[in-house]
Design a protein around this ligand. Structure first.
Ligand SMILES: [Fe+2]
Length: 211
């Protein structure tokens, strides 16, 4: 029940994609070193209409209520992290991260989902050669010992990470397609597959709670 990983084909149509791209252009943005984020401020009263719009879209296929929504444009692939709670546990249990690509110039754009998880939002960026880039308010953790990802997998998808092995096992490789929704449980570790710099990528990311 909302604790799976998968893809919902064409959850939005091209006119909604264009609406969201327009919306991104209007919002204030912040650059975190790997991508430009525009927080849609769905937790503000004046944005209830936008929140309802997004809520209706996702609830056709997935339960849960939206607690955060960002539209972003990334120019370099990020590191392994979970989208769990930031400092304290949230009022309701974690549900899904939902990623809807809006622009995906590189054909093989994908997001890798691991089986391992952390309910607290953490990253391993420092330990995988990305330093402090790509960090919002996620805590840095040391990469645990162990190996679960093959060298072949690493060189195919994750050659932007400076590691010889990873202590995780792969659940799925979710390929991007514009207007479809990729989803996974928020506590699961995930990472962007590598993509060429200067290829355009934009996406909406929605975080939900169970309710
Ligand atoms: Fe994430």
């Amino acid at each position: 029940m909302g604790k799976k990983t998968g893809i919902i084909k064409n959850i939005i149509d091209q006119s909604m994609v264009n609406y969201l791209l327009d919306y991104y252009n209007k919002l204030p943005k912040a650059d975190n070193g790997l991508r430009i984020n525009a927080d849609t401020l769905i937790d503000q009263d004046f944005n209830n209409r936008f929140k309802d719009k997004m809520q209706n879209i996702i609830n056709k296929d997935l339960p849960g209520s939206i607690c955060h929504c960002t539209i972003y444009s990334d120019y370099a692939p990020g590191g392994i992290h979970s989208d769990g709670y930031i400092e304290a546990k949230e009022k309701y249990p974690l549900a899904n991260t939902i990623l809807i690509p809006l622009v995906s110039e590189f054909q093989q754009n994908a997001t890798i989902i691991f089986n391992e998880s952390s309910e607290k939002a953490i990253t391993f960026n420092e330990d995988t050669g990305l330093g402090a880039k790509g960090i919002r308010s996620y805590e840095q953790e040391k990469l645990p010992e162990g190996e679960g990802v093959s060298t072949n997998f690493l060189s195919t998808y994750l050659n932007h990470l400076k590691v010889d092995t990873l202590p995780f096992t792969v659940d799925s490789v979710l390929y991007w397609s514009v207007g479809s929704a990729l989803y996974w449980p928020r506590e699961r570790f995930h990472v962007s597959a590598n993509f060429p710099k200067n290829t355009e990528r934009k996406a909406v990311v929605i975080l939900t709670n169970e309710n």
